[in-house]
Structures are given as C-alpha cells and as structure tokens.
Design a protein around this ligand. Structure first.
Ligand code: NAD
Length: 335
C-alpha cells in the first residue's frame, strides 16, 4: 500500500525549525508518511517570485492534508495574509484551537481544557473591502456574516462537543453592539443549539469572555465564535497554558485540512534555536487524530507530556534552558 502523502510548508521565521522537529517526531513514532515540501509566503517570494505559487495550491489540493509553519504578514501595509487566502481558497471554515494544561509549565492554571472553535473564512478578519481614502484620513473594511457560515461552524462545534464528550458550548459574540453581523451569528447559533439538548449552551459577550477566561477559565469547555474574536481569544487561551509555544490549530474544510501552530513566525527568536516546537507537534497530533491514527497521536502526546513534566530539557518559554533541537531530541528519546 502506498504511503500517505502530506504536504509540508515550513513557512517563515521559526517555521522551518519547528516543522523539522514535528516531522522527526512523526517519523520516530512510526507514522510512515511521505512528505512533499513546498513554500508559501516570504520564503516562496524569495524562491519563486510569488507569495502563493500554483505548485503549492496544487499540492494542498492533491494531498488534502498539510502541515504548515507560520507565515509572516506585514503589519498595516503590504500584501494580504497568505493564511487568510489559503483558508478562504480551500473553504477551511473551521479553526479548532484546543488548549490543555501541561504539568511542568509555568502557567497560572493547571486545570485548563478548552477548545476554541473559530469561524475561519468570514467576518471582519477576512479582510474584505479594506480601503484607505486617497488623503489617508478615512479607512474602511467590510464584515460579512452569512447564515450558512454561522450554521456550519456552530454545527461543527456542537458535533465536536458530542464526539469528545464535552458538556458545554459557549457562544461568544458582540451582538449588543454589532447587531447585524454578530446578531445574525448569535441568532443562528441559538437555533443550532436547540438541536443539541444534551449539551449545555451558554452565551457570552466577547469582552466579558476575556475577563472570565482570565479569572475563571474552568467554566469554559467549548467556545464557538466568529473569526476575529476567535483569533484573539485563542491567543488569550494560549496564555492560560504557558504561552504561544503550547497552542495548536487545525483549519478544517470539507476537502482539505491545514494543521499549524496558533502562533506566528516569531521574528524576535527566529534562527536562535529558542522556539518551543510543542504547538506544531500538538498540531501534528491533531492531524493524526483527523486521519484516524489515535494510537500514534497518544504515543506522541505521552512523550511530549513526559518531557515537559520532567522539565530538564525544555525551552526558555517553559522555564528551561534548552533549545528547539534539544527539546525535540528529548521527545524522540522518550518515543
Ligand atoms: N498562522 C500564522 O502563520 C500566523 C499566526 C500569527 C501571526 N503570524 C504572523 O507572524 C508574524 C509575527 O507575529 P507576532 O510577533 O505578532 O506573533 P508571534 O506569534 O510570532 O510571536 C508573539 C510572541 O510569542 C513568542 N512565540 C511565538 N511562538 C513561539 C514559540 N513556538 N516558542 C517560543 N516563543 C514563541 C514570540 O517570540 C513573540 O515574543 C506576523 O507577520 C504575523 O502576521 C502568522
């Protein structure tokens, strides 16, 4: 039988080093994948003169499963995010961002187990209609929420809650102020919630959610929300479990899926062997679960959990003194 082919985009900044770590670990765990490497973002621009080459799009479509490093997006100007483009192009409507407490981190809490389910293609974050007037005095952007988009993401969240035996879904919105867009999202999410009487539904305004996540994170189980709120809340959640080095994300559509870390290319630590590869390792665990390889996923999770708990070969963000390569080797040794 031919091996499962995975598209790999190493990405920018710390991307290549953490992706390399994840692949070594997948191989050591006996996953028996083949990898097809390609580029996107700044690395692709340097190599091929374009940010999103056709070969990359073709590969993502052909192999269906992609493991991706972070891609740099210029702040306030320049090209549109390649991440956003990929999510829209492949209709990756669900962004699943779980955070779990790991023993051995310096996180404030040790009882976190929250999944943020973020709508991934619509709303303010999708970057629609961004303009700046010629005199630079007025800026505009368009936020569109559709019934279809709101329905498919809330159904996804409730189905996930059921599958994972979760008890509660919190619908996060700002429908008191953004009555049209957030209002439609909330209305549709409420309708969907009625189909899942076995799961408790809670509703919360996004600003209050931030405060409660910091003060009483144990009240959250599954969060479902729109694109921009999900982006912000999932970084907040990462902070509850030890930082961005601990937060994976899966972008799921009907015909393709891209697995990546929640964090960005971390230019401040790029090339210094300081990055914690755990986020992308956890993303590869999500990939294994998606592919029905729960035994391998569990094996890798156990190794990562043990290395972090022991604490003597961890990276700086976790309170350790070791680099990306040492940490990776520690996980490989465990495996
Ligand atoms: N999915 C993606 O590709 C993605 C996501 C977020 C940001 N970005 C892009 O990344 C670039 C940098 O963004 P930023 O600096 O605001 O956010 P960032 O997530 O790259 O970094 C924020 C902070 O967290 C730290 N950090 C991040 N990942 C870490 C890891 N694995 N181990 C240890 N520390 C880690 C960084 O050193 C930095 O101090 C921007 O161009 C942004 O657009 C890409």
């Amino acid at each position: 039988m031919s091996k499962r082919m995975i598209t790999v985009i190493p990405g920018d900044g710390i991307g290549p080093s953490i992706i390399d770590a994840a692949i070594k670990i997948l191989d050591k765990a006996g996953c028996d994948f083949e990898y097809e490497f390609t580029d996107a973002g700044l690395t692709a621009l340097e190599k091929y003169g374009e940010l999103l080459p056709q070969r990359t799009l073709d590969m993502i479509e052909k192999n269906k499963i992609t493991l991706k490093g972070p891609l740099t997006t210029p702040v306030g100007e320049g090209f549109t995010s390649i991440n956003v483009t990929l999510r829209k192009k492949f209709c990756l409507y669900a962004n699943i961002r779980p955070v779990v407490s790991f023993k051995g981190t310096q996180a404030r809490y040790d009882n976190i187990d929250i999944i943020t389910v973020r709508e991934n293609t619509e709303g303010m974050y999708s970057g629609l209609g961004q303009t700046l007037s010629a005199d630079g005095s007025t800026a505009e952007a368009t936020s569109i929420i559709t019934r279809k988009g709101a329905e498919q993401i809330t159904v996804f969240a409730y189905e996930l809650a059921r599958k994972e035996n979760r008890k509660k879904v919190t619908i996060v919105h700002k429908a008191n102020i953004m009555k049209s867009t957030s209002g439609l999202f909330l209305k549709v999410a409420r309708e969907v919630s009625l189909r899942y009487p076995d799961i408790t539904t809670d509703e919360m305004i996004v600003d209050a959610t931030c405060m409660k996540l910091v003060m009483n994170p144990e009240i959250f189980d599954v969060i479902v929300t729109t694109n921009l709120f999900g982006d912000i809340l999932s970084d907040l959640c990462a902070g509850l479990v030890g930082g961005l080095g601990m937060a994976p994300g899966a972008n799921i559509g009907k015909d393709a899926a891209i697995f990546e870390a929640v964090h960005g290319s971390a230019p401040d630590i790029a090339g210094k062997n300081l990055a914690n590869p755990t986020s992308v390792i956890l993303a590869s665990i999500q990939m294994l679960e998606y592919l029905g390889m729960a035994d391998k996923a569990e094996k890798i999770r156990a190794a990562v959990t043990a290395v972090i708990a022991e604490g003597d070969r961890t990276t700086r963000d976790l309170g350790g003194t070791h680099g990306t390569t040492d940490f990776t080797q520690a996980v490989i040794d465990r495996l």
